[in-house]
Design a protein around this ligand. Structure first.
Ligand code: NAP
Length: 252
């Protein structure tokens, strides 16, 4: 995989202010891509943009709530102005609210679905017009082991991430004739801010690690390496599927 290069490619990464989105943005830039970075925290986005510029690539930090139609339209306009085209879209923005269903407010349910599922729809709808006509395109969505198995307290999150699987398959069929692939990456636990409640609770942390046959959490670097491969020319015949990267969690 050392040979993968993305020179002259323009990538858009949501959730790029931290965690997996940031790691993937840096990985794509390291392979030569220019990157538009989307999330709500402008300060963090600017610091990721600086890291990318230090790698000699262009970076465009854009404050954007992916669940807002107007924010996404405005971001797409800025991307069109700055780059003209898009080759790669990575939808990493996501949230998790963990609680029993009877404790969920409707607002919380909507917030999870609006970010994790509707946000992906809005981003794809806005950016596919910029991807068309090049015979190449890559759309990657961060799904989850919760797209395949479940845990109590994850109704909204699992519904949103399982919904993405259907979205991925249908969109892959729509875009296959144009050379644009659409796939999911389903990670097991990685130590990011999203998992702070697990990381800060030694008992929960131990319990999670015990569920992983390889007996350790994944790393941002491992997820980013898979993302880079799926964005490469070499991965051009992989579409409409979802790749689990979970130390064996879902093999059980
Ligand atoms: P994280 O560290 O909490 O990062 C989440 C990112 O999403 C942040 O950049 C956040 O930025 C952004 N975001 C959240 N809501 C947003 C919104 N409405 N509009 C725009 N950006 C928004 O989580 P992570 O671990 O990197 O997770 C990334 C993706 O991987 C998520 O989709 C998650 O479900 C999935 N995933 C993670 C794991 C894991 O173990 N870490 C496992 C399976 C799947 P702002 O707050 O600045 O907006």
């Amino acid at each position: 995989m050392n040979g993968i290069h993305l020179h002259n490619r323009v990538a858009v990464v949501t959730g790029a202010s931290r965690g997996l989105g940031r790691a993937i943005a840096l990985k794509l830039a390291g392979a030569g891509a220019d990157v538009a970075l989307l999330a709500r925290d402008v300060q963090r986005l600017s610091s990721v943009a600086e890291e990318i510029r230090q790698r000699g690539r262009r970076a465009l930090p854009l404050p954007c709530d992916v669940s807002s139609e107007s924010d996404v339209a405005a971001a797409a306009g800025e991307i069109r102005k700055a780059f003209g085209v898009v080759h790669i879209l990575v939808n990493s923005a996501g949230i998790n609210i963990r609680k029993p269903i009877t404790d969920f407010t409707l607002e919380e349910w909507h917030r999870v679905l609006d970010t994790n599922l509707t946000g992906v729809f809005l981003m794809c709808r806005a950016l596919i017009p910029l991807m068309r006509g090049q015979g190449y395109g890559r759309i990657l969505n961060l799904t989850s082991i919760m797209s395949h198995v479940a845990l109590p307290g994850r109704t909204a999150y699992a519904a949103s991430k399982t919904g993405l699987l259907g979205f991925i398959r249908a969109l892959a069929l729509e875009l296959a004739p144009e050379g644009i692939t659409v796939n999911g990456i389903s990670p097991g636990p990685v130590a990011t801010e999203m998992n702070r409640p697990l990381l800060e609770n030694p008992e929960l942390h131990r319990e999670f690690t015990a569920r992983i046959p390889m007996a350790r959490w994944g790393t941002e670097e491992e997820i980013a390496a898979l993302a880079l491969y799926l964005c490469s020319d070499e991965a051009g015949w992989i579409t409409g599927t979802d790749i689990r990267i979970d130390g064996g969690w879902t093999a059980q």
